[in-house]
Design a protein around this ligand. Structure first.
Ligand SMILES: *Cc1c(COP(=O)(O)O)cnc(C)c1O
Length: 221
């Protein structure tokens, strides 16, 4: 049970990093990033007590998760990869939380489905911010974030927080700090930031959700 062992080590690191977090008292979500992992590895993670999973691609999740969800109805599934407008309906049917809302067309499509009777009760959204302003990366630009958050609020979408994936070739801390600043000034509580290599830094900057793949499952093929 390598995954159980990894989870125990991670839980300990999260506990100690939490002590230097500005929101030390709050619950930290360990979100298992299970892209590229077979159902057997996910089953092993569930058996080890993990209750939150993140997938990057709607199609891959569609292939893997309906059966797992039937067996483990308590497990919550988050979308942490980019979402195409024509996949919103499929995504809403499958995921409990969409962490990658990042443009008006996407928010409008969610609202169109909701207003046509497609139930989104209990679903939550995070807005992804492209803190590094990388052209190839998803996420709203930092200077557009306040406007987009307000846009979603006017549509009465349940936006609970922000998410970011800092540039791979830069120190992540300034990106985490920027995300936190945007969240604070907009009154958003949840911060999805930190992966295997930088989750401790993210927790020190106030992360409430760390998305961990490699450090939990081992290296992906
Ligand atoms: C793959 C992935 C992760 C996890 O990355 P690791 O470095 O393997 O922990 C987290 N967030 C997103 C958006 C990812 O695509």
């Amino acid at each position: 049970m390598k995954i159980a062992e990894n989870k125990k080590i991670l839980a300990e690191s999260i506990e100690s990093a939490k002590e230097s977090s500005p929101i030390a008292a709050r619950e930290i979500m360990l979100l298992a990033a299970s892209k590229g992992q077979p159902a057997s590895a996910i089953e092993e993670a569930i058996a080890a007590g993990i209750g939150y999973f993140g997938e990057n691609r709607v199609q891959e999740a569609q292939d893997k998760w309906p059966e797992l969800q039937k067996k483990h109805p308590q497990v919550k599934l988050h979308l942490i990869g980019p979402l195409q407008t024509n996949k919103v309906k499929q995504a809403l049917a499958l995921f409990d939380v969409i962490q990658t809302l990042d443009r008006e067309a996407l928010a409008e499509e969610v609202v169109r489905l909701r207003d046509s009777g497609f139930g989104i009760r209990g679903k939550h959204f995070y807005i992804q911010v492209n803190t590094g302003e990388e052209p190839q990366k998803a996420g709203v630009l930092p200077e557009k974030a306040d406007g987009f958050i307000n846009f979603c609020r006017k549509l009465e979408l349940p936006v609970v927080g922000l998410m970011c994936v800092p540039p791979a070739d830069q120190p992540p801390a300034p990106h985490f700090a920027l995300l936190r600043e945007i969240a604070l000034r907009n009154g958003l509580e949840k911060l999805s930031m930190g992966m295997s290599n930088d989750f401790e830094a993210a927790l020190r900057m106030g992360s409430t959700c760390v998305r961990i793949g490699t450090a939990l499952f081992g290296h992906r093929d």
